[in-house]
Design a protein around this ligand. Sequence first.
Ligand SMILES: Nc1ncnc2c1ncn2[C@@H]1O[C@H](COP(=O)(O)OP(=O)(O)OP(=O)(O)O)[C@@H](O)[C@H]1O
Length: 207
Amino acid sequence: MSAVVLYGPPTSGKDTVTAALQAVDPRFRLVTKLKQGSGRSTGYRFVSSEELESLRHQNRIVVETRRYGNVYAVDRRSLTQPQEHGLVPVTHIGNVADMRSLLSGAPTQWLRVLLWVPREVCETRSRRRGDTDTAKRLTAWDETSQDLLASDLRNLFDLVVRTDRSDAERTAKDIAAAVDRPPAALAPEDLLATLGLEPGSPARAHR
Ligand SMILES: Nc1ncnc2c1ncn2[C@@H]1O[C@H](COP(=O)(O)OP(=O)(O)OP(=O)(O)O)[C@@H](O)[C@H]1O
């Protein structure tokens, strides 16, 4: 039984790498999250507040996030059911606190992957893919780097990939290999050095 969680700032490639994973290995399946509210539906199943409340009562909600007036949640069954059929669920997460909830809420062998791009690459990619809210994406990039710097990173990530240095297919193959042969968790100082977030680095100036 195994599952993959991808953590990373906007444009780090969570969607692109998930698609590449599905292309290199049909075992990988993107988890459909629950959403209560309005807006984009791609990748979500809309639920009413009553249904969400009922799932909470059944202890099915592993992690729940409130953002922009919406509620986003992960149903435990969306993680366990694919695994019962030999599939590997892939989910995306936006902050360390939610990641810890996810990891403790669904006992499984998680491969915990950090995808990263420097801020300037985030800006370029965001403009290139046609975002109309690049400034918001950059704010979210800043929040992600602050989240990492403020969090206890011990035993949190197994794999870190700088997607500005690795194409999506290579990244997907590395993740697929790591699912089959889990690596040791990364040391926090090595992780921050790979991200360019170590003390004195320019990325810190954006805080
Ligand atoms: N090596 C690479 N790996 C992944 N994506 C890449 C790479 N090189 C360029 N890209 C481009 O960067 C963009 C990444 O966007 P994507 O939506 O996959 O990221 P995301 O992490 O899901 O972002 P968001 O959180 O904003 O939805 C895409 O336009 C993709 O084509």
